[in-house]
Design a binder for this molecule. Structure first.
Ligand code: FES
Length: 163
């Protein structure tokens, strides 16, 4: 097992900030139809020295271990960052503590970056619910349903915003 894989295993053995944040100020959700994985991130803001900072972040992931590991590290990394600082972070920054991700796992970090970017746009947490994670027989009615309703694209891996 290489170092990156060791670090991924260590991160998922003790994931941080996993789960819905009931008092969140913003939420962002993305999915990747190619691999079938999803990440949702919640943010809670506070103010420090007149600037809006991330007080807390949490995540849910229906996905691979790498996405969970990156999301866990990202939610730790985001604490205390200003919104502008958080906007500067890309998937390489968010996954840096794991070491360089192998090419086939780069999109796992991209999904976490995508969820963060959506949350930083200020997605309304009131529009997401616990039941959003339950499978729905009606595509588009829930998180999974809306994900399943996304048209599959061939070729390039694509991260899509989910309502
Ligand atoms: Fe798709 Fe990791 S394999 S997010």
């Amino acid at each position: 097992m290489d170092d990156t894989e060791d670090r991924i295993q260590a991160a998922i053995a003790n994931p941080r900030n996993m789960g819905e944040m009931p008092d969140a100020d913003a939420v962002g959700t993305v999915g990747n139809p190619e691999c079938g994985d999803m990440v949702r991130m919640w943010l809670k803001f506070s103010e420090k020295d007149g600037k809006k900072v991330i007080d807390r972040a949490s995540f849910q992931s229906f996905g691979c271990q790498t996405a969970i590991a990156v999301a866990s590290l990202a939610t730790e990394m985001l604490k205390g960052k200003t919104v502008d600082e958080a906007r500067e972070l890309n998937s390489a920054d968010l996954s840096k503590p794991l070491g360089p991700l192998p090419p086939m796992k780069l999109h796992c970090g991209d999904m976490v970056e995508g969820a963060l970017r959506e949350a930083l746009k200020g997605g309304n947490p009131a529009e997401t619910t616990d039941t959003a994670t339950e499978p729905s027989p009606v595509p588009g009615e829930t998180l999974l349903g809306s994900f399943q309703a996304q048209p599959l694209k061939s070729g390039k891996l694509k991260v899509v915003k989910l309502d």
